[in-house]
Write a protein that binds this ligand. Sequence first.
Ligand code: ADP
Length: 485
Amino acid sequence: APAGQTGPFAIPTELLIGEHWAPAASGKRIDVVNPSSGEVLTSIADGGVDEAIATVDAADAAAAGWAATPPRKRAEILLACFHAMMAQQEWLAQIISLENGKALTDARGEVAYAAEFFRWYAEEAVRINGELTMAPSGANRIMVQYQPIGIALLITPWNFPAAMATRKIAPALAAGCTCILKPAEETPLTALAVAEIMRRAGVPAGVVNVFNTSDPGPACSAMLHDPRVRKLSFTGSTEVGRILLREAADQVISSSMELGGNAPFLVLDDADLDEAIEGAMVAKMRNAGEACTAANRFYVQRGIHDAFVAKLCERMGALTVGAGTDAATQCGAMINQESIDKIERLVADAVDRGAEVRLGGKTLDRPGFFYPPSVIANVQPGSEILGTEVFGPVAAVMAFDDVDEAVALANATEYGLAAYVYTGDLKRGLQLAERIECGMVAVNRGLVSDAAAPFGGMKQSGLGREGAHHGMLEYCEAKYIAVSW
Ligand code: ADP
Protein backbone atom coordinates (compact mmCIF):
# COMPACT_ATOMS: atom_id res chain seq x y z
CA ALA A 1 0.00 0.00 0.00
CA PRO A 2 1.20 3.56 -0.63
CA ALA A 3 3.11 5.07 2.25
CA GLY A 4 1.06 7.10 4.69
CA GLN A 5 -2.20 5.35 3.92
CA THR A 6 -4.15 3.96 6.78
CA GLY A 7 -7.41 2.34 5.98
CA PRO A 8 -9.54 -0.58 7.05
CA PHE A 9 -7.16 -2.93 5.23
CA ALA A 10 -4.00 -2.75 3.14
CA ILE A 11 -4.90 -2.03 -0.48
CA PRO A 12 -4.56 -5.33 -2.37
CA THR A 13 -2.07 -5.20 -5.22
CA GLU A 14 -2.63 -8.62 -6.81
CA LEU A 15 -5.26 -9.94 -9.23
CA LEU A 16 -8.67 -10.87 -7.86
CA ILE A 17 -9.45 -14.24 -9.38
CA GLY A 18 -12.49 -15.83 -7.74
CA GLU A 19 -11.87 -16.21 -4.05
CA HIS A 20 -8.23 -15.21 -4.01
CA TRP A 21 -5.91 -12.32 -4.55
CA ALA A 22 -3.28 -13.94 -6.74
CA PRO A 23 0.06 -12.67 -8.03
CA ALA A 24 0.81 -12.78 -11.75
CA ALA A 25 2.59 -16.01 -12.68
CA SER A 26 5.17 -13.99 -14.61
CA GLY A 27 6.05 -12.07 -11.46
CA LYS A 28 5.74 -8.86 -13.49
CA ARG A 29 4.57 -5.67 -11.79
CA ILE A 30 3.16 -2.33 -12.93
CA ASP A 31 4.35 0.82 -11.16
CA VAL A 32 1.61 3.15 -10.00
CA VAL A 33 2.72 6.79 -10.15
CA ASN A 34 1.51 9.80 -8.17
CA PRO A 35 0.92 12.46 -10.85
CA SER A 36 1.28 15.21 -8.26
CA SER A 37 4.93 14.33 -7.72
CA GLY A 38 5.94 11.89 -10.44
CA GLU A 39 6.94 9.43 -7.71
CA VAL A 40 6.10 5.72 -7.69
CA LEU A 41 3.46 4.92 -5.06
CA THR A 42 3.56 1.15 -5.26
CA SER A 43 3.36 -1.61 -7.82
CA ILE A 44 0.62 -4.05 -8.75
CA ALA A 45 0.49 -7.48 -10.38
CA ASP A 46 0.73 -7.38 -14.17
CA GLY A 47 -1.53 -10.13 -15.53
CA GLY A 48 -1.13 -12.00 -18.80
CA VAL A 49 -3.48 -13.88 -21.11
CA ASP A 50 -3.58 -17.01 -18.90
CA GLU A 51 -4.66 -15.01 -15.90
CA ALA A 52 -7.23 -13.17 -17.98
CA ILE A 53 -8.79 -16.50 -18.87
CA ALA A 54 -8.54 -17.58 -15.22
CA THR A 55 -10.76 -14.63 -14.31
CA VAL A 56 -13.28 -15.80 -16.93
CA ASP A 57 -13.14 -19.29 -15.33
CA ALA A 58 -13.87 -17.70 -11.95
CA ALA A 59 -16.72 -15.56 -13.29
CA ASP A 60 -18.12 -18.62 -15.03
CA ALA A 61 -17.96 -20.75 -11.88
CA ALA A 62 -19.96 -18.10 -10.00
CA ALA A 63 -22.41 -17.27 -12.82
CA ALA A 64 -25.21 -19.78 -12.23
CA GLY A 65 -25.24 -19.21 -8.47
CA TRP A 66 -25.36 -15.44 -8.83
CA ALA A 67 -28.07 -15.51 -11.50
CA ALA A 68 -30.14 -17.74 -9.20
CA THR A 69 -29.60 -15.51 -6.14
CA PRO A 70 -32.94 -13.89 -5.31
CA PRO A 71 -33.12 -10.29 -6.53
CA ARG A 72 -33.80 -9.13 -2.97
CA LYS A 73 -30.57 -10.76 -1.82
CA ARG A 74 -28.62 -9.19 -4.67
CA ALA A 75 -30.17 -5.86 -3.72
CA GLU A 76 -29.14 -6.25 -0.09
CA ILE A 77 -25.57 -7.02 -1.04
CA LEU A 78 -25.45 -3.96 -3.33
CA LEU A 79 -26.88 -1.78 -0.56
CA ALA A 80 -24.23 -3.14 1.81
CA CYS A 81 -21.62 -2.12 -0.78
CA PHE A 82 -23.06 1.41 -0.84
CA HIS A 83 -22.79 1.77 2.94
CA ALA A 84 -19.38 0.13 3.11
CA MET A 85 -18.07 2.44 0.42
CA MET A 86 -19.46 5.58 2.03
CA ALA A 87 -17.99 4.50 5.36
CA GLN A 88 -14.59 4.69 3.63
CA GLN A 89 -15.27 7.88 1.66
CA GLU A 90 -12.29 9.75 3.06
CA TRP A 91 -9.88 6.88 2.64
CA LEU A 92 -11.00 6.16 -0.90
CA ALA A 93 -10.80 9.87 -1.74
CA GLN A 94 -7.17 9.84 -0.58
CA ILE A 95 -6.39 6.86 -2.80
CA ILE A 96 -8.07 8.49 -5.80
CA SER A 97 -6.18 11.75 -5.23
CA LEU A 98 -2.89 9.93 -4.84
CA GLU A 99 -3.04 7.87 -8.00
CA ASN A 100 -5.11 10.20 -10.20
CA GLY A 101 -3.91 13.60 -8.98
CA LYS A 102 -7.37 15.15 -8.68
CA ALA A 103 -8.19 17.50 -5.81
CA LEU A 104 -9.57 15.85 -2.68
CA THR A 105 -12.84 17.75 -3.04
CA ASP A 106 -13.26 16.24 -6.51
CA ALA A 107 -12.25 12.83 -5.15
CA ARG A 108 -14.77 12.95 -2.30
CA GLY A 109 -17.45 13.88 -4.80
CA GLU A 110 -16.43 10.98 -6.98
CA VAL A 111 -16.68 8.48 -4.12
CA ALA A 112 -20.21 9.66 -3.31
CA TYR A 113 -21.19 9.49 -6.98
CA ALA A 114 -19.57 6.06 -7.32
CA ALA A 115 -21.27 4.65 -4.23
CA GLU A 116 -24.60 5.96 -5.45
CA PHE A 117 -24.55 3.41 -8.29
CA PHE A 118 -24.66 0.65 -5.66
CA ARG A 119 -27.65 2.24 -3.95
CA TRP A 120 -29.47 2.97 -7.21
CA TYR A 121 -28.97 -0.54 -8.57
CA ALA A 122 -29.87 -2.08 -5.19
CA GLU A 123 -33.22 -0.41 -5.84
CA GLU A 124 -33.33 -1.54 -9.48
CA ALA A 125 -32.38 -5.18 -8.83
CA VAL A 126 -35.91 -5.92 -7.59
CA ARG A 127 -37.53 -4.10 -10.51
CA ILE A 128 -36.42 -6.09 -13.53
CA ASN A 129 -39.99 -6.13 -14.75
CA GLY A 130 -41.06 -8.08 -17.79
CA GLU A 131 -44.07 -7.58 -20.07
CA LEU A 132 -47.16 -9.55 -20.92
CA THR A 133 -49.31 -8.56 -23.88
CA MET A 134 -51.87 -10.11 -26.18
CA ALA A 135 -50.60 -10.69 -29.71
CA PRO A 136 -52.43 -8.42 -32.17
CA SER A 137 -53.91 -11.50 -33.82
CA GLY A 138 -55.43 -12.57 -30.52
CA ALA A 139 -53.92 -16.03 -30.99
CA ASN A 140 -51.40 -15.99 -28.16
CA ARG A 141 -49.75 -14.03 -25.40
CA ILE A 142 -46.39 -12.32 -25.80
CA MET A 143 -44.39 -12.78 -22.64
CA VAL A 144 -41.09 -10.96 -22.18
CA GLN A 145 -38.71 -11.62 -19.37
CA TYR A 146 -35.28 -10.10 -18.73
CA GLN A 147 -32.48 -12.54 -18.11
CA PRO A 148 -28.82 -11.86 -17.19
CA ILE A 149 -26.85 -11.57 -20.41
CA GLY A 150 -23.83 -13.49 -19.11
CA ILE A 151 -20.26 -12.77 -18.12
CA ALA A 152 -19.35 -9.11 -18.54
CA LEU A 153 -15.94 -7.65 -19.27
CA LEU A 154 -15.78 -4.11 -17.88
CA ILE A 155 -12.94 -1.88 -19.06
CA THR A 156 -12.53 1.48 -17.33
CA PRO A 157 -10.42 4.64 -17.73
CA TRP A 158 -8.29 6.54 -15.21
CA ASN A 159 -10.26 9.79 -14.90
CA PHE A 160 -12.95 8.45 -12.53
CA PRO A 161 -11.34 5.28 -11.19
CA ALA A 162 -14.12 4.58 -8.68
CA ALA A 163 -17.23 5.81 -10.48
CA MET A 164 -16.52 4.25 -13.87
CA ALA A 165 -16.04 0.89 -12.13
CA THR A 166 -19.20 1.01 -10.00
CA ARG A 167 -21.29 2.42 -12.87
CA LYS A 168 -20.62 -0.89 -14.64
CA ILE A 169 -20.32 -3.37 -11.76
CA ALA A 170 -23.52 -2.34 -9.97
CA PRO A 171 -25.94 -2.79 -12.90
CA ALA A 172 -24.16 -6.01 -13.95
CA LEU A 173 -24.64 -7.46 -10.48
CA ALA A 174 -28.21 -6.18 -10.20
CA ALA A 175 -29.06 -7.93 -13.47
CA GLY A 176 -27.53 -11.17 -12.21
CA CYS A 177 -24.28 -11.13 -14.20
CA THR A 178 -20.80 -11.90 -12.94
CA CYS A 179 -17.95 -9.76 -14.20
CA ILE A 180 -14.30 -9.05 -14.77
CA LEU A 181 -13.13 -5.50 -14.15
CA LYS A 182 -10.10 -4.31 -16.12
CA PRO A 183 -9.10 -0.94 -14.60
CA ALA A 184 -6.81 1.54 -16.30
CA GLU A 185 -3.09 0.92 -15.75
CA GLU A 186 -2.71 4.45 -14.34
CA THR A 187 -5.27 4.09 -11.52
CA PRO A 188 -5.70 0.47 -10.41
CA LEU A 189 -5.51 1.05 -6.63
CA THR A 190 -8.97 2.57 -6.29
CA ALA A 191 -10.55 -0.36 -8.13
CA LEU A 192 -8.60 -2.86 -6.04
CA ALA A 193 -9.73 -1.17 -2.82
CA VAL A 194 -13.36 -1.04 -4.02
CA ALA A 195 -13.24 -4.73 -4.96
CA GLU A 196 -12.01 -5.64 -1.48
CA ILE A 197 -14.71 -3.47 0.08
CA MET A 198 -17.28 -5.35 -2.02
CA ARG A 199 -15.88 -8.71 -0.97
CA ARG A 200 -16.10 -7.74 2.67
CA ALA A 201 -19.63 -6.42 2.14
CA GLY A 202 -20.75 -9.87 1.04
CA VAL A 203 -20.24 -10.13 -2.73
CA PRO A 204 -19.63 -13.85 -3.30
CA ALA A 205 -16.33 -15.11 -4.69
CA GLY A 206 -16.08 -14.96 -8.48
CA VAL A 207 -18.93 -12.47 -8.93
CA VAL A 208 -16.44 -9.61 -9.26
CA ASN A 209 -12.93 -10.33 -10.51
CA VAL A 210 -10.22 -7.77 -11.09
CA PHE A 211 -7.61 -8.11 -13.77
CA ASN A 212 -4.78 -5.61 -14.27
CA THR A 213 -2.33 -5.68 -17.15
CA SER A 214 0.23 -3.46 -18.79
CA ASP A 215 -0.70 -4.92 -22.17
CA PRO A 216 -4.51 -4.80 -22.43
CA GLY A 217 -4.73 -5.64 -26.15
CA PRO A 218 -3.96 -9.38 -26.13
CA ALA A 219 -5.59 -10.12 -22.76
CA CYS A 220 -8.85 -8.33 -23.60
CA SER A 221 -8.87 -9.89 -27.04
CA ALA A 222 -8.51 -13.35 -25.48
CA MET A 223 -11.44 -12.66 -23.15
CA LEU A 224 -13.58 -11.33 -25.99
CA HIS A 225 -12.88 -14.53 -27.92
CA ASP A 226 -13.83 -16.76 -25.00
CA PRO A 227 -17.38 -17.99 -25.74
CA ARG A 228 -18.39 -17.60 -22.10
CA VAL A 229 -18.01 -13.80 -22.24
CA ARG A 230 -21.25 -12.20 -23.52
CA LYS A 231 -20.97 -8.54 -22.62
CA LEU A 232 -18.43 -5.78 -23.06
CA SER A 233 -18.80 -2.42 -21.37
CA PHE A 234 -16.05 0.05 -22.12
CA THR A 235 -15.36 3.63 -21.12
CA GLY A 236 -12.39 5.31 -22.74
CA SER A 237 -11.21 6.81 -25.97
CA THR A 238 -13.12 6.49 -29.24
CA GLU A 239 -9.95 5.07 -30.78
CA VAL A 240 -9.76 2.14 -28.34
CA GLY A 241 -13.55 1.78 -28.48
CA ARG A 242 -13.32 1.09 -32.21
CA ILE A 243 -10.63 -1.55 -31.63
CA LEU A 244 -12.78 -3.24 -29.00
CA LEU A 245 -15.90 -3.16 -31.17
CA ARG A 246 -13.92 -5.00 -33.82
CA GLU A 247 -12.69 -7.52 -31.24
CA ALA A 248 -16.23 -7.98 -29.95
CA ALA A 249 -17.54 -8.50 -33.49
CA ASP A 250 -16.08 -12.00 -33.89
CA GLN A 251 -18.35 -13.39 -31.19
CA VAL A 252 -21.08 -10.77 -31.68
CA ILE A 253 -20.69 -9.63 -28.09
CA SER A 254 -23.16 -7.03 -26.82
CA SER A 255 -21.17 -3.83 -26.45
CA SER A 256 -21.82 -0.68 -24.44
CA MET A 257 -19.41 2.12 -25.23
CA GLU A 258 -18.85 5.42 -23.44
CA LEU A 259 -16.31 7.14 -25.64
CA GLY A 260 -14.86 10.58 -26.17
CA GLY A 261 -16.77 13.83 -25.99
CA ASN A 262 -16.33 17.36 -27.23
CA ALA A 263 -18.95 19.22 -25.23
CA PRO A 264 -20.11 22.63 -26.43
CA PHE A 265 -21.15 25.18 -23.81
CA LEU A 266 -23.57 27.74 -25.25
CA VAL A 267 -24.25 31.02 -23.49
CA LEU A 268 -27.03 33.16 -24.96
CA ASP A 269 -27.29 36.92 -24.49
CA ASP A 270 -30.28 36.54 -22.19
CA ALA A 271 -28.48 34.19 -19.78
CA ASP A 272 -27.85 35.14 -16.16
CA LEU A 273 -24.11 35.85 -16.21
CA ASP A 274 -23.39 34.66 -12.66
CA GLU A 275 -25.29 31.42 -13.17
CA ALA A 276 -23.55 30.80 -16.48
CA ILE A 277 -20.15 31.34 -14.85
CA GLU A 278 -21.07 29.05 -11.97
CA GLY A 279 -22.08 26.36 -14.46
CA ALA A 280 -18.99 26.94 -16.57
CA MET A 281 -16.76 26.46 -13.54
CA VAL A 282 -18.31 23.07 -12.85
CA ALA A 283 -18.51 21.98 -16.48
CA LYS A 284 -14.91 23.02 -17.14
CA MET A 285 -13.08 22.60 -13.86
CA ARG A 286 -14.61 19.53 -12.22
CA ASN A 287 -11.76 17.03 -12.15
CA ALA A 288 -9.51 19.78 -13.61
CA GLY A 289 -11.21 19.23 -16.96
CA GLU A 290 -10.39 15.52 -17.10
CA ALA A 291 -13.94 14.39 -17.82
CA CYS A 292 -15.51 13.25 -21.08
CA THR A 293 -18.43 15.54 -20.26
CA ALA A 294 -16.13 18.54 -19.70
CA ALA A 295 -17.03 21.71 -21.58
CA ASN A 296 -14.49 21.79 -24.40
CA ARG A 297 -15.79 24.72 -26.49
CA PHE A 298 -17.52 27.81 -25.17
CA TYR A 299 -19.75 29.55 -27.73
CA VAL A 300 -20.85 32.86 -26.21
CA GLN A 301 -23.26 35.29 -27.83
CA ARG A 302 -21.72 38.66 -28.68
CA GLY A 303 -23.72 40.75 -26.19
CA ILE A 304 -22.53 38.82 -23.15
CA HIS A 305 -19.19 37.60 -24.51
CA ASP A 306 -16.73 40.11 -23.05
CA ALA A 307 -18.29 40.06 -19.60
CA PHE A 308 -18.32 36.25 -19.65
CA VAL A 309 -14.66 35.99 -20.61
CA ALA A 310 -13.57 38.55 -18.01
CA LYS A 311 -15.47 36.81 -15.23
CA LEU A 312 -14.33 33.36 -16.30
CA CYS A 313 -10.68 34.49 -16.19
CA GLU A 314 -11.24 35.99 -12.76
CA ARG A 315 -12.81 32.83 -11.34
CA MET A 316 -10.47 30.34 -13.00
CA GLY A 317 -7.46 32.46 -12.13
CA ALA A 318 -8.41 32.38 -8.45
CA LEU A 319 -8.23 28.58 -8.22
CA THR A 320 -5.45 27.03 -6.17
CA VAL A 321 -3.41 24.56 -8.20
CA GLY A 322 -1.58 21.84 -6.32
CA ALA A 323 -1.12 18.24 -5.30
CA GLY A 324 -4.44 16.40 -5.18
CA THR A 325 -3.99 15.48 -1.55
CA ASP A 326 -3.30 19.07 -0.35
CA ALA A 327 -6.42 20.31 1.39
CA ALA A 328 -6.22 23.73 -0.32
CA THR A 329 -6.05 22.34 -3.86
CA GLN A 330 -8.92 23.17 -6.20
CA CYS A 331 -7.23 22.15 -9.46
CA GLY A 332 -5.11 19.02 -9.25
CA ALA A 333 -2.49 17.44 -11.49
CA MET A 334 -2.99 16.02 -14.99
CA ILE A 335 -2.59 12.27 -15.22
CA ASN A 336 0.76 12.11 -17.03
CA GLN A 337 3.23 13.79 -19.38
CA GLU A 338 1.33 12.72 -22.53
CA SER A 339 -1.65 14.59 -21.20
CA ILE A 340 0.45 17.75 -20.72
CA ASP A 341 1.94 17.32 -24.21
CA LYS A 342 -1.53 17.12 -25.74
CA ILE A 343 -2.77 20.24 -23.95
CA GLU A 344 0.35 22.17 -25.00
CA ARG A 345 -0.09 21.06 -28.60
CA LEU A 346 -3.76 22.09 -28.74
CA VAL A 347 -3.12 25.49 -27.14
CA ALA A 348 -0.15 26.18 -29.43
CA ASP A 349 -2.22 25.28 -32.50
CA ALA A 350 -5.08 27.58 -31.40
CA VAL A 351 -2.66 30.45 -30.76
CA ASP A 352 -0.93 29.89 -34.13
CA ARG A 353 -4.33 30.30 -35.76
CA GLY A 354 -5.08 33.55 -33.99
CA ALA A 355 -6.47 32.79 -30.52
CA GLU A 356 -5.48 34.97 -27.58
CA VAL A 357 -4.32 33.57 -24.26
CA ARG A 358 -6.25 35.46 -21.58
CA LEU A 359 -5.23 33.29 -18.63
CA GLY A 360 -2.56 30.66 -18.00
CA GLY A 361 -1.49 28.91 -21.17
CA LYS A 362 1.82 27.51 -19.99
CA THR A 363 2.75 24.27 -18.18
CA LEU A 364 3.84 24.90 -14.61
CA ASP A 365 7.49 24.39 -13.88
CA ARG A 366 7.31 22.06 -10.91
CA PRO A 367 7.51 18.31 -10.26
CA GLY A 368 4.44 16.37 -11.29
CA PHE A 369 2.15 17.14 -14.22
CA PHE A 370 0.54 20.53 -13.76
CA TYR A 371 -1.22 22.74 -16.26
CA PRO A 372 -2.85 25.88 -14.86
CA PRO A 373 -6.46 26.95 -15.39
CA SER A 374 -6.36 28.68 -18.77
CA VAL A 375 -8.68 30.70 -20.95
CA ILE A 376 -8.08 31.18 -24.67
CA ALA A 377 -10.41 33.57 -26.42
CA ASN A 378 -11.15 34.35 -30.05
CA VAL A 379 -10.43 30.76 -31.06
CA GLN A 380 -10.59 30.51 -34.85
CA PRO A 381 -12.56 27.96 -36.88
CA GLY A 382 -10.37 25.06 -37.88
CA SER A 383 -8.39 25.10 -34.64
CA GLU A 384 -7.66 21.56 -33.49
CA ILE A 385 -8.96 22.23 -29.98
CA LEU A 386 -12.49 22.61 -31.39
CA GLY A 387 -12.46 19.04 -32.65
CA THR A 388 -10.38 17.33 -29.97
CA GLU A 389 -11.03 16.89 -26.26
CA VAL A 390 -8.41 18.94 -24.44
CA PHE A 391 -8.99 16.92 -21.23
CA GLY A 392 -7.48 19.64 -19.08
CA PRO A 393 -8.28 22.99 -17.46
CA VAL A 394 -8.33 24.98 -20.70
CA ALA A 395 -11.44 26.89 -21.78
CA ALA A 396 -11.56 27.71 -25.50
CA VAL A 397 -14.00 30.58 -26.12
CA MET A 398 -15.57 31.99 -29.29
CA ALA A 399 -18.19 34.66 -29.84
CA PHE A 400 -21.26 34.07 -32.03
CA ASP A 401 -24.08 36.30 -33.27
CA ASP A 402 -26.84 34.04 -34.44
CA VAL A 403 -28.24 31.12 -32.41
CA ASP A 404 -28.68 28.91 -35.48
CA GLU A 405 -25.01 29.43 -36.22
CA ALA A 406 -24.18 28.35 -32.66
CA VAL A 407 -26.22 25.16 -33.02
CA ALA A 408 -24.44 24.37 -36.28
CA LEU A 409 -21.07 24.92 -34.61
CA ALA A 410 -22.09 22.80 -31.63
CA ASN A 411 -23.07 19.95 -33.95
CA ALA A 412 -20.01 20.22 -36.20
CA THR A 413 -18.18 17.32 -34.57
CA GLU A 414 -18.21 13.54 -34.80
CA TYR A 415 -18.83 13.45 -31.04
CA GLY A 416 -22.17 13.76 -29.29
CA LEU A 417 -21.87 13.15 -25.58
CA ALA A 418 -22.79 16.19 -23.49
CA ALA A 419 -23.71 19.81 -24.16
CA TYR A 420 -24.58 22.80 -21.99
CA VAL A 421 -26.96 25.66 -22.74
CA TYR A 422 -27.45 28.83 -20.68
CA THR A 423 -30.39 31.11 -21.44
CA GLY A 424 -32.95 33.10 -19.48
CA ASP A 425 -35.70 31.66 -21.67
CA LEU A 426 -36.39 28.07 -20.71
CA LYS A 427 -38.53 27.43 -23.78
CA ARG A 428 -35.65 28.47 -25.98
CA GLY A 429 -33.28 26.36 -23.91
CA LEU A 430 -35.40 23.25 -24.35
CA GLN A 431 -35.80 23.89 -28.07
CA LEU A 432 -32.04 24.17 -28.38
CA ALA A 433 -31.53 21.03 -26.30
CA GLU A 434 -33.62 19.09 -28.80
CA ARG A 435 -31.56 20.37 -31.72
CA ILE A 436 -28.16 19.58 -30.26
CA GLU A 437 -26.88 16.17 -31.35
CA CYS A 438 -25.82 14.90 -27.94
CA GLY A 439 -26.98 12.17 -25.61
CA MET A 440 -27.12 14.61 -22.70
CA VAL A 441 -27.88 18.32 -22.60
CA ALA A 442 -27.75 20.41 -19.44
CA VAL A 443 -29.98 23.49 -19.54
CA ASN A 444 -28.91 26.16 -17.04
CA ARG A 445 -26.83 23.56 -15.25
CA GLY A 446 -23.13 22.66 -15.29
CA LEU A 447 -23.42 18.99 -14.39
CA VAL A 448 -25.21 16.05 -16.01
CA SER A 449 -23.85 13.02 -14.11
CA ASP A 450 -26.43 11.26 -11.97
CA ALA A 451 -26.79 7.55 -11.18
CA ALA A 452 -30.53 7.90 -11.82
CA ALA A 453 -30.12 9.36 -15.33
CA PRO A 454 -29.21 7.61 -18.60
CA PHE A 455 -25.64 8.63 -19.35
CA GLY A 456 -24.36 8.13 -22.87
CA GLY A 457 -23.58 9.56 -26.23
CA MET A 458 -24.76 9.88 -29.81
CA LYS A 459 -22.59 9.61 -32.91
CA GLN A 460 -19.01 8.50 -32.16
CA SER A 461 -19.40 9.19 -28.44
CA GLY A 462 -20.80 5.78 -27.85
CA LEU A 463 -23.41 3.07 -27.77
CA GLY A 464 -25.90 2.35 -25.03
CA ARG A 465 -26.54 4.08 -21.72
CA GLU A 466 -25.25 3.73 -18.20
CA GLY A 467 -27.17 4.66 -15.07
CA ALA A 468 -30.94 4.73 -14.65
CA HIS A 469 -33.06 1.67 -15.49
CA HIS A 470 -31.53 1.78 -18.98
CA GLY A 471 -28.12 0.92 -17.53
CA MET A 472 -29.35 -2.37 -16.11
CA LEU A 473 -31.04 -3.42 -19.34
CA GLU A 474 -27.61 -3.32 -21.01
CA TYR A 475 -26.82 -6.41 -18.92
CA CYS A 476 -30.09 -8.19 -19.74
CA GLU A 477 -31.43 -10.19 -22.64
CA ALA A 478 -35.11 -9.76 -23.43
CA LYS A 479 -36.40 -13.33 -23.58
CA TYR A 480 -39.68 -13.51 -25.51
CA ILE A 481 -41.93 -16.48 -24.95
CA ALA A 482 -44.95 -16.93 -27.22
CA VAL A 483 -47.59 -18.78 -25.31
CA SER A 484 -51.11 -19.98 -26.03
CA TRP A 485 -53.49 -20.77 -23.26
P1 ADP B 1 -7.52 7.17 -22.16
O1 ADP B 1 -7.21 7.87 -23.44
O2 ADP B 1 -8.56 7.80 -21.34
O3 ADP B 1 -6.33 6.68 -21.40
P2 ADP B 1 -7.93 4.60 -23.32
O4 ADP B 1 -9.03 4.38 -24.27
O5 ADP B 1 -6.54 4.56 -23.82
O6 ADP B 1 -8.31 5.92 -22.60
O7 ADP B 1 -8.01 3.58 -22.12
C1 ADP B 1 -9.18 3.25 -21.46
C2 ADP B 1 -9.09 1.82 -21.00
O8 ADP B 1 -8.91 1.01 -22.15
C3 ADP B 1 -7.93 1.51 -20.08
O9 ADP B 1 -8.36 0.57 -19.11
C4 ADP B 1 -6.92 0.86 -21.00
O10 ADP B 1 -6.07 -0.04 -20.35
C5 ADP B 1 -7.84 0.11 -21.93
N1 ADP B 1 -7.25 -0.24 -23.24
C6 ADP B 1 -6.40 0.48 -23.99
N2 ADP B 1 -6.10 -0.18 -25.12
C7 ADP B 1 -6.80 -1.34 -25.09
C8 ADP B 1 -6.94 -2.45 -25.98
N3 ADP B 1 -6.30 -2.51 -27.13
N4 ADP B 1 -7.75 -3.46 -25.60
C9 ADP B 1 -8.42 -3.41 -24.45
N5 ADP B 1 -8.34 -2.39 -23.59
C10 ADP B 1 -7.54 -1.37 -23.89
